[in-house]
Write a protein that binds this ligand. Structure first.
Ligand SMILES: Nc1ncnc2c1ncn2[C@@H]1O[C@H](COP(=O)(O)OP(=O)(O)OP(=O)(O)O)[C@@H](O)[C@H]1O
Ligand SMILES: [Mg+2]
Length: 306
């Protein structure tokens, strides 16, 4: 039997007149990586904060690791590692001191934390920064420290709000590898991300949230197949609306986002033929990905969501 790590049932949350989360229900199985995707302001961080018990739902029921939240959130949090969207490290303290203070919060003894620090620094590739003041670290290093800090209590569950935002590509790949290793150890992860590649690589299942409601959910590759299911040709460098009109008869669907035209095609040849002689255009043919799903579901145009 699969055990459930997180369960939300009929959760609603408003801030004043702003209804942020509406009748939200989902479950995350133990050992699973579950993604929350959605445009800015969709309610992802609010959902993460309610799971941690730091934001209170107006209506609905939340259980985390079998514990009722927010009523017994303090107990649940002992087994949870948290990466907030915005770092809350102490800039005046060194890297090691930050880890020590955080370990004390979990009631760990100084010696116990000190024994853990080397492996946490290795996790974040900050081995040579143990005595650096956090205020003197780069933004990406601070983020890596926040990720390492989340592991100090050897949590069963990790709640990560945009864990790799601000990391360079090497660091991001490193963190993906490390999160995979944590999943292989049986940890459960719920993460929010704006990196569709991250969601596609790491998540067993994900949901797309818009205005606090789930608009799609499933396995990344099932969503790509269901929502897109054909090849994509991206073109830029010309008048996008003129190009859109030109290829529309040959495509399943054509969309314009900024300066780029996205053509969804079963047969790429007739569309490519239109662009072949035009050396000013940049043309890319590729398989569909989760970004196409995201853009299709949430609308390509920011203004349409305002
Ligand atoms: N503490 C708060 N007080 C008042 N309104 C809030 C508060 N926290 C969030 N909101 C509002 O709730 C909505 C959802 O915000 P939230 O931070 O959950 O979105 P998000 O999906 O995490 O967005 P992003 O991708 O930009 O991080 C927004 O309209 C935001 O203004
Ligand atoms: Mg957020």
């Amino acid at each position: 039997m699969t055990s459930v790590a997180i369960k939300l049932q009929g959760v609603r949350k408003s801030y004043g007149d702003n209804l942020v989360v509406e009748n939200l229900s989902f479950s995350v199985n133990a050992g699973e990586c579950f993604g929350l995707l959605g445009p800015n302001g969709a309610g992802k961080s609010t959902i993460a904060r309610m799971i941690l018990g730091v934001a209170q739902p107006d209506v609905g029921k939340i259980t985390v690791l079998g514990i009722s939240v927010p009523a017994r959130a303090r107990l649940a949090r002992r087994r949870i590692g948290v990466v907030p969207q915005f770092d809350n490290l102490d800039s005046e303290f060194t890297v090691s001191e930050n880890l020590l203070v955080f370990g004390r919060y979990f009631g760990m003894r100084r010696g116990e934390v000190e024994r853990t620090i080397p492996s946490l620094l290795e996790f974040a590739r900050l081995e040579d920064k143990a005595h650096a003041r956090v205020g003197d670290l780069s933004g990406g290093m601070r983020r890596r420290l926040t990720l390492a800090r989340a592991l100090i209590n050897d949590p069963l569950l990790l709640v990560m709000d945009e864990p790799t935002t601000g990391l360079d590509p090497h660091a991001r790949h490193l963190i993906w590898e490390r999160l995979r290793a944590l999943l292989a150890q049986g940890k459960t992860i719920i993460l929010t991300t704006h990196f569709m590649e991250e969601a596609e690589r790491l998540c067993d299942r994900l949901c797309v949230v818009e205005r606090g409601r789930i608009i799609a959910q499933g396995r990344p590759h099932s969503l790509i197949e269901e929502q897109i299911g054909c090849q994509v040709i991206e073109v830029y460098g010309g008048n996008p609306h003129e190009m859109q009109a030109l290829v529309a008869p040959h495509a399943e669907r054509v969309e314009v986002s900024g300066e780029t035209v996205f053509c969804y095609v079963r047969n790429p040849e007739p569309v490519l033929a239109h662009f072949r002689a035009r050396s000013e255009l940049r043309v890319l043919q590729r398989p569909p990905n989760l970004e196409d799903v995201f853009l299709r579901l949430t609308g390509r145009d920011l203004e349409t969501r305002a």
